[in-house]
Structure formats: C-alpha cells, structure tokens
Design a protein around this ligand. Structure first.
Ligand code: ADP
Ligand code: MG
Length: 954
C-alpha cells in the first residue's frame, strides 16, 4: 500500500507545473524518486495500481517502446527504459520493485518529446504514445488511490510520422506495404502500396520478384510493412535486407480479395473502387494492408489519403538498385545527398518542389511525348530570367501545404498549419493569375496554373480574417484568433484582461470606505484575491461595521488578510472568462479546420501544382545559368551527345576553379529491318531469329581505354546521367543531345567493395553482370566500368570479352565499356558496331599529363608507371618497374590475343540451351531400393519390378 501511495505522490510531483522538472536529459542527473525503503512486503503485493495499469498497456504493445504519460513527462519502464536510455543517452534511474527486481525507469519531457521521438524513429524503433485520458482531478474524485485513466493514442513508426520536426522537409516519407499472390509453383507476384501519410499521396504498383528490389530502391520507403510469413521466405528476405527502410512485420496478409476490397471501400466511404481505376488483386491486397496498418498505428485518427493511383509498369525507366547506387542518383555511395545528381540539380525553392524533383529523378519517363511536355515547361522557365526570378520569389513564400493539411486531417495540426495554408493559398492564387496571363504558356504549366487557382477564395478570406498575425505553436493555450474577429471572444478576453482595471477600482473604493489609503489588493493561488492590512487595522475590520464587508481569511505575523464577496466573484468570473475565451477559440479553430477539410482535395491539387511549377522553374534556372540545352528525345536508337559534361564533377571542379573538359559521345544504333518489324509486333522470338540471321541492328558499344585517373569513369557516368536527366524532362549539360528513349539503364563497377554484406566482391560483380546480359534490350543503355577487374587477368579478360560479345550481338544495347584490358580493343575487327575510344594523355618529360579528352582509338599503353610516379612512389622503385616492364613487353610481343581473334569463332556460342536430363524410370526405381533393408522375398519382388521397368522403357 505504501508503494501505491508512492506511485500517486509520484504522479503529483511530476504533474505539478511549479515543481522543478526532474531533469532527464542527458546532461543532468535525474532526481531519484524518494520511494519507500525496501520493505518486508511480499513481492506479489507490490504491483502498484499504476504499475498494473502500465503492464496491462505494455502487454498490448510488446514491440513498441511505451511512452507512458505522467504529468509533464513520458516515462519508460523496465526493458523499454534500458533500451531508450542507451539510444537517447539519457539517465536511467529506478523506482520501486517488480518481481523482486528494481524497476528501471527513464523519462523525456513532453515538451521536447519530438526530438527524442526523432532519434528513436531514425534508429528504426516504434513508439506507442500513451496519454492521460482524464483530468487527474477526476481520478482523485474516485479516491486518492485511483490511477488516472490512460490509453495509447498513437503508434509512431518511421513510415507514419507527420510532425514537422520529425520529417525531412525535402524528402518524401513513404510507407510501403507489400502483398503477394502466387504466379506459379515457384514464384510470386508482389503488390506494393506506397503511402505518404504526411502528404496523403497513395500509389500502388505490381512487381515480380525480380523487379521488387528495383521498385523499392526507387521509392526509398522509410518503412516496409510485410506479412510475417512472407518476410521469412529466403527470396523476399534477401530483397528486404537490401531495400531501404525499416521492415515491420505484421501478423498476416489481408485475408482474402473480397475483404481487402471491402476494407478499402470502407476507408474511402465508397460503394465501389471502380471510380479510382482498375487494380490487380495484388495491388488491392497491398493497399488494404497499408490502410490496415495506418488504422492500427493512428488509432482513432484518419489521415486524409488520396485515392490510390496505379503506377503503370513501363512508363518509367527500369533502374535496378545497384545502378541507382553507382550513378549516385539521389545519394552518394556514402549515403549523402550532397554530391548526388539530385543535389546538383535541385534548385527548387519549396520542400514540396524538392520532393517532386526527387520523385521525377528516381523515375525517368519513357514516353517521348510526356518528356517533351516537361521540356516545354522548362524551356518556358529558362527563357526569361526576370519572369523566372519573380515567380521563384513568390514560390519561396509558399509553405508546405500538403503536410499542413495532413496534420490537420489527423487532428495534430495547430494554428501555424492553418496559417501555412492561408499563405500557401495566397501564393497559389497570385501565381495562378500571373501565369495565366502569359500568352505562350506551355500546357504543363497551364494545367498547374489552373489547378493552383481553383480554390474557393472564401476559404483564404476566412483564414485571413480569423488568424492573428503572431501565432502560438499549439492550440492549447489559445491566442491565435485575431482581435475583433469574434464578439463573444473579445468580451471574454476583455474580462480576462481587464482584471487590473477592475482590481484598481475596487482597491481605491475600499481605501475610501476604510480610509486606509495604503490598502493593497494582492493575489496568490491559495487565497485568490485578498487585501492585506496591518494587524492593528485588521483588528478593527473584524468588528462592525467593517466585518459586514470584509471576510477574515488569514492572520500573519504583523498582518491580516481579508477578502470580500466582490473579490471572490471577480476571481471566478476571471477564471471562467479565460476558460470561455479558450473554448471559443477552440470552436473557431475546429470550424476553420472543417472549412479546410471541405476543400482538401482542391488544396492538395494546388499544392501539387505549386510543386510542379517550382520544379519547372528550378530546372529552368539550372538550364539558363549553367548553359544546359534542350535534348531531343524520341523513339529512335539514337544516342548522340555533343560536348557533354558531368553535372556533379563539373560543379565540384568549378568550386576549385578548375575547368571541365567537355566530351561528345555517339552510340547511335540502327534498327535491323526484320528486327524492327518483329519488335513492333512484340515478337521476341522473331527478333531473336532476326538476330541469328545476321540482321545487324542495335546500338553501338564503345570500349574506352586509357590510364587510371584519365577520366574514364567520369565519361561513362556523365553519359548515363545525361540520359537520365533528359528523360526526366530536364535540359542537359551538353552542347547538343539526341537520345532515343532508354527503357532500362544498367551500370556496373568492377570489384566494387561490398564488405558490408559479406559477399565476395567478384561474385557480386558477376551476379550483376549476369543480370545485365540476361535483361538488357536493344533499347537499353549499359555502362560497364572495368568489369572483370576482380579476378586473375586471364579470367577477367575472358569474362569481359564474352560480355562485350554478348551485349553486341545478343542484347544489341547501346553501351560504354571502360576497361584496362587493352586486348578488347582488337574486337572492333570482328564486331561491326563496336568502336574504340581512349582518353588522351601526353607525356611531358616522362610524366603523364591527363587531358581528359575522349578521342577515337585505343590507348597505346597503360601509363601505370607514370601514374605510380605521380603518386609519389620512390624513384628507385619506379626505375625498377620500368626495367621489368620492358622485359615483360619483349616476351609478350606475339600476344595470344591476335591469334585468338582468328582462331576463336566469335559466333560459336551454344544457341540451344543444354537439354534437361531426361527422366529415367529404371534408375529411379533402382535408387529407391535399399539392399540392406530387404527381406529375401522383397528382394526378389524388387528384381521382378526392375525387369518390368526395363522392358517398358525398351
Ligand atoms: P578513371 O576512371 O579513368 O580512373 P576518373 O573518371 O575517376 O578516371 O577521373 C579522375 C579525375 O579526373 C576526376 O576525379 C576528375 O577530377 C578528373 N576528370 C575526369 N574527367 C574530367 C574532365 N572531363 N574534365 C576535367 N577533369 C576531369
Ligand atoms: Mg575509373
């Protein structure tokens, strides 16, 4: 019982606002709770009512850290406390005992809980937030041992956050939910629902097992929700291990298609999903899993989600995870945003614009018409610098409307979110009319300008009229409605604020009545308003006639305190006026939120429109200020770039005052006529047949040789990045570019370090190369950087050789192949669409000078020794290396490669796959017999059976 009292006292101490906060931040020691000494009470009885409540709630959320609200703190207990204290670096204390052990405890102040949540979520933890659901005073009415009722109001997970302080402004915060349906006995088809609660966006897609990794790499979800049983399967487990985002397992798949569809209909309150489009079974199951998970984590709250939109396959370039990583599209290999392609081109001025640009960059388009529409918008933005500066200036004042809207829809929004919408709507409507005045506005911008102006102006006006200029962060304390907006509110506030005047008036009146001119009215929390006078005066007030007016309250040393009926009345009127003002403000707030929610979809569309305008003008800014050009993107097999530059390397060199050497590249292919026809008919076999028949078609492959540090890798990547940028609808860093749409992009780097995953680097390289040779089409672009480097020379050369051949006459892809195997340059003699490029270098007094210039031809030598010398290798060692090289070169003059080119028939690969081993019933029967396990009779029978089988086969 002592312990129970302790628990309640404990709450009170923490809850009292005047109490110094028991510090739990890392730097300050926690004030240990003065609990009862270890008492001789039986352990079983020592679960306090509060602890019982805690354990009950915790049992319902075993996988989450439970933030248990106690006054101004969220407390964590037991294992949760140990974990949180170490992750957050806060002090672990203990209070009371449970099951014979000390109860570990730590806590975070509610006011700063966002910061702590941020850290926990970033580490992939889930937090269940448990609030007090009644006023502690209510609980006390039930007796002073009763515990304040509490409930978990929300489960915070990495994929379901909405708070401004928890979110990265320029990054989408996606939750991906997976489902699967059987394709055949060995493989599954996956549904993927990608939801961003912070903006309401909702897309669904389908992926095979082979494509799932690529899809997840593109989406970069913060959290992936997957059914327990599925997550344990080796194939999916491997995909999830490599995918970005924390994996959350849920008990099971959404049971059946019918109930999945029903749950979606219920969520959106519609009779049928037909209005949203047509979805596959896997997509519906994934979407249902997503909403179920959102319902589970948000409990009572329901975010306003857009209806699911289907991401059609084939509309975007397929890019597998390692290509994405190698090309450093949205982050560098080290995981930084700075140094990535995205960072280099992101000149957007709003967070929503930045998110849209990242999304577009992650999924470049394959439809030339849509690409051209985006390019038109960028061209318009690039054309007029003054106009662009004006529009970007406007955009800068537009807050993040989508995220504000989402917080309001979840009941987590505050006055500042309303103000954000007010300002955003003003910008949207101003920009809309400004753009619509332009006579030559391209369709993409016209559509955006239209959507930005389609919101009922009444809403903006209402927000404008109601909200004060300076806003508090939270609704709780009021003070956000403009004075003069609401009469009743003004009255209540006046009464609340006029205290001073009323008190002053009473003070002088009482002074006159009693002729005590020094009389003062004071206030404290215990007595409320009171008058303090000297003991001598006080004595007279206790007698008639004064005692009719003054009520004695307290006698102090040398002083007495009195109150009056008027003061008591004032006290309660002021208290209720403050309450009334607050209640009125809350009502007004709710009304505004309702007005906003009624326009939710129009607001969201306006927010999306602003983002699209921002992206177009940001890319226009980049195009104009960095001399980028509009690429021609069409359905051909062209790939011709004049004076191309690497956008990231160029910027890095520029910062150092070094110029970048521009280089052209032409990989344009021809479509073999039979193959083109077959491709149009969608006939893969015909296409393969055309290839075998020797119809030469497809893109060119360039073998790039040159010493280390000459610029090979830079050249390879810049061409891939230019293609990516072009298909995103951006201008490109080149003097001219003509690109036939790339359907798939592959990039591999030889012997990439992959120690983290504990795989052999060479194995990784080969697995990835195999994937390219198996998947690339004649529309693909393949970048191979020193493939084969990870093994012995002859091994590596042979593999590189075979890969080039395969790409050339099987895949027909456009490709760039940097290699240090100079032997490969000989292949141009046999492969008609192969060309040799090399990095120009010159010798300057025995030192190598890199010119970073790409020219036709093959490198005559590797310059390895010159590079070693540049790197500071001791002169004696450099000399020695020169001598050895001379000896070696003497011996290898009659290189075997020359011979091989003539001897090895290039087209001698097996066309037909080896036949699978035939079934052999006789052998199977024989295998089934175990002689050690046979009776003589059974042995005889087995012998007869074998004879019979042999006869049947013959
Ligand atoms: P390689 O792959 O041939 O070893 P890299 O492509 O890694 O060479 O380039 C090495 C360095 O040379 C780069 O970091 C960059 O500083 C510089 N460089 C590469 N290409 C160019 C260029 N076109 N113009 C100027 N400097 C370049
Ligand atoms: Mg390199």
């Amino acid at each position: 019982m002592m312990a129970a009292m302790a628990a309640i006292r404990f709450i009170d101490r923490r809850a009292a606002p005047s109490a110094a906060p028991a510090a739990t931040a890392s730097s300050e020691p926690v004030v240990p709770f003065p609990g009862p000494p270890a008492a001789p009470v039986p352990e079983a009885e020592r679960v306090t009512p509060m602890m019982a409540q805690y354990l009950g709630i915790k049992a319902e959320h075993p996988d989450a850290l439970l933030f248990y609200r106690m006054g101004d703190f969220y407390e964590l207990f037991l294992d949760d406390a140990v974990l949180a204290a170490s992750v957050l670096g806060i002090v672990l204390t203990k209070r009371g005992r449970h099951n014979g052990e000390d109860i570990a405890m730590c806590g975070v102040p509610v006011e700063r809980s966002d910061d702590y949540l941020h850290t926990l979520i970033a580490r992939g933890h889930t937090v269940a937030v448990c609030e007090q659901t009644e006023d502690p005073a209510e609980a006390r009415k039930r007796g002073n041992k009763s515990v304040v009722s509490r409930a978990v109001v929300r489960i915070v997970t990495p994929g379901t956050i909405t708070e401004e302080r928890l979110l990265e402004p320029r990054r989408a915060n996606l939750l991906a939910a997976l489902s699967r349906v059987r394709l055949d006995e060995t493989s599954w088809l996956h549904g993927v629902a990608a939801v961003d609660i912070s903006t309401g966006s909702f897309t669904v897609a389908e992926a095979t097992e082979a494509g799932l990794g690529a899809l997840l790499a593109r989406l970069e979800p913060r959290e992936i929700v997957v059914a327990d049983a599925a997550a344990d399967e080796p194939v999916l487990r491997a995909i999830l291990e490599d995918a970005p985002g924390a994996v959350t397992r849920v008990a099971r798949d959404v049971a059946d298609p019918a109930s999945a569809e029903r749950s979606l209909r219920e969520w959106y309150g519609v009779e049928t999903l037909d209005g949203f489009g047509s979805f596959t079974r896997a997509e519906i199951a994934a979407a249902a899993t997503a909403v179920a998970y959102i319902a589970r984590t948000q409990l009572a709250a329901r975010p306003a989600l857009q209806p699911p939109a289907r991401a059609e396959r084939g509309l975007t370039v397929e890019i597998d995870p390692s290509t994405r990583a190698n090309l450093e599209m949205t982050r560098t290999l080290g995981g930084e945003r700075s140094g990535s392609l995205l960072h280099a081109v992101d000149a957007t001025v709003t967070p929503a614009g930045s998110r849209l640009l990242a999304e577009r960059l992650a999924g470049p388009l394959t439809d030339p018409a849509r690409i051209a529409a985006r390019l038109d918008a960028v061209g318009f933005a690039a054309a007029d610098r003054r106009r662009r500066a004006g529009i970007r200036g406007d955009l800068k004042r537009a807050p993040d409307m989508a995220r504000a809207l989402s917080r309001l829809s979840l009941g987590r929004g505050g006055p500042r979110d309303l103000a954000g919408l007010r300002d955003g709507l003003a910008v949207a409507s101003a920009l809309s009319s400004r753009l619509l005045e332009e006579p030559d506005l391209p369709p993409e911008l016209a559509a955006a300008a239209g959507a930005a102006g389609r919101i009922d102006i009444a809403l903006g006006t209402a927000l404008e009229a109601a909200l004060a200029d300076d806003l508090p962060l939270v609704t709780r304390d009021g003070g956000f409605i403009r004075a003069g907006h609401d009469l009743a509110l003004d009255d209540a506030r006046e009464l609340r604020d006029d205290t001073r005047k009323i008190v002053a008036a009473l003070q002088s009146r009482y002074g006159e009545i009693t002729e005590v001119r020094t009389l003062k009215i004071k206030h404290n929390n215990f007595l409320g308003f009171f008058i303090e006078v000297t003991a001598a005066v006080g004595e007279t007030w206790r007698l008639p006639p004064h005692n009719a007016l003054f009520i004695h309250r307290q006698t102090m040393a040398g002083a007495m305190r009195f109150s009056t009926a008027e003061l008591a009345d004032l006290e309660s009127r002021i208290g209720s006026a403050a309450d009334r003002a607050l209640a009125i403000e809350r009502d007004l707030f709710e009304g505004l939120v309702a007005a906003v929610m009624a326009e939710a979809s129009a607001i969201r569309a306006a927010g999306d429109a602003l983002a699209a305008i921002d992206v177009a003008f940001a890319l226009g800014e980049v195009a104009d200020t960095r001399q980028w050009v509009r690429p021609v993107v069409d359905g051909s097999l062209a790939f011709r770039i004049e004076a191309g530059r690497h956008p990231v390397v160029e910027a890095a060199l520029k910062a150092k005052g070094v110029g970048f050497v521009a280089n052209g590249c032409d990989l344009s292919g021809t479509e073999g006529s039979a193959r083109a026809k077959a491709a149009r008919a969608g006939d893969r076999q015909g296409s393969a047949h055309a290839k075998r028949a020797g119809m030469s078609g497809g893109g060119r492959i360039a073998v790039v040789t040159g010493p280390n540090m000459a610029g090979k890798s830079t050249f390879l990547r810049q061409n891939a990045l230019i293609a990516l940028l072009a298909q995103c609808g951006s201008y490109v860093p080149a003097a001219e570019a003509h690109i036939g749409v790339v359907d798939r992009l592959f990039s591999r780097v030889g012997a990439a370090d992959d120690l983290a995953r504990g795989r052999s680097t060479f194995m990784v390289e080969m697995v990835e190369t195999a994937a390219i040779l198996n998947q690339a089409t004649d529309r693909s672009l393949v970048i191979l950087d020193e493939i084969g480097r990870g093994t012995a020379t002859f091994d590596g050369l042979s593999i590189a050789w075979a890969a080039v051949e395969h790409l050339h006459d099987r895949n027909g892809a456009r490709g760039l192949f940097a290699t240090h195997f100079h032997e490969l340059t000989q292949l141009t003699k046999k492969l008609p669409r192969l060309v040799n490029l090399t990095m120009r270098v010159t010798d300057w007094n025995g030192d190598v000078v890199f010119l970073h210039e790409v020219v036709a031809g093959a490198a005559d030598r590797s310059y390895g020794i010159q590079v070693a010398k540049l790197a500071g290798m001791p002169a004696s060692a450099v000399e020695r290396a020169r001598t050895i090289l001379a000896e070696l070169e003497k011996g290898s003059r009659s290189s075997p490669v020359e011979r091989m080119l003539d001897d090895l028939p290039l087209f001698a690969r097996l066309d037909a796959p080896p036949a699978p081993p035939r079934r052999d019933p006789l052998r199977e029967a024989l295998d089934a017999v175990d002689p050690d396990d046979l009776t003589p009779k059974a042995a005889l029978e087995a012998l007869y059976a074998l004879k019979r089988a042999a006869k049947e086969e013959a």
